[in-house]
Design a protein around this ligand. Structure first.
Ligand code: MN
Length: 248
């Protein structure tokens, strides 16, 4: 049986030295690719294009499931706000690319795993909003942009009882890494908050039927760490690949 193909939304990085200095290069962090490969899927990087919905539909025909990867802050104009001083770099064209991939995946009933920015764009695409910086959120907030290396969890995440995420992870809490300076403000009306950090920050979202799972942390950076509390992150990728296999 053919393994399911998992598309990973690509970003661009500007080349810093050499003859092509200043040119954009298509990339994803290799940890995404390895997470799919190690859990039985065929990884395929989906390059950013300006081809809009038409291109996204064609790109999504090539894959059985989608990972929306990390990156830039979502453009606040998409949820009706101007850009605050503390907001990070935005890339409106990539927002349109990711949203088009998401809609194409949803339209074709292909499973989606959103990671970090991926979770944020899923929330905004469905009508939710963001705190543009951790410091703007009322109340006490933990360190969500960790200084510790990425394969180590630094804050606790409590998974809500009865959620799809609880079934996937098989436990009610876990330690996750954390590399986000923005925080989900309003959860989109048709999504469910599936997990929170101890300070109440939303750490995971999902659709009722479990087609869309979104996590604010970076499971791909922890998957190769053999410590049991890190290796558990492979369950997110295994689950995505299992779901893609069913839909194929
Ligand atoms: Mn966090």
């Amino acid at each position: 049986m053919k393994k399911p193909v998992i598309g990973i939304s690509g970003s661009e990085v500007t080349i810093q030295a050499g003859p092509f200095m200043g040119e954009p290069r298509t990339y994803v962090n290799a940890a995404y690719v390895d997470s799919v490969y190690q859990n039985g899927g065929i990884p395929l990087v989906i390059p950013f294009t300006k081809g809009g919905e038409e291109m996204a539909l064609e790109q999504m025909k090539l894959v059985d499931g989608l990972i929306l990867s990390g990156g830039h802050d979502v453009d606040p104009h998409l949820y009706g706000e101007e850009i605050d001083q503390k907001s990070g770099a935005t890339w409106p064209d990539r927002d349109q690319f990711d949203i088009a991939l998401l809609k194409a995946a949803e339209g074709a009933n292909k499973p989606v795993l959103g990671i970090c920015r991926g979770a944020q764009i899923i929330n905004v695409a469905h009508g939710g909003s963001m705190w543009q910086d951790l410091s703007l959120r009322p109340g006490h907030t933990l360190k969500h942009m960790q200084a510790t290396r990425p394969d180590v969890g630094t804050h606790l995440v409590k998974i809500k009882s009865g959620t799809n995420l609880e079934k996937i992870m098989g436990q009610s809490s876990l330690m996750t890494n954390s590399f986000h300076h923005q925080v989900i403000k309003e959860v989109a009306p048709d999504l469910v908050e599936a997990a929170t950090a101890s300070d109440g920050v939303t750490e995971a979202l999902e659709s009722d039927d479990g087609q869309v799972i979104a996590v604010q942390w970076h499971p791909e950076e922890m998957h190769a760490n053999p410590a049991p509390e890190a290796a558990i992150m492979n369950r997110l990728f295994k689950n995505l690949i299992d779901r893609a296999n069913e839909e194929k």
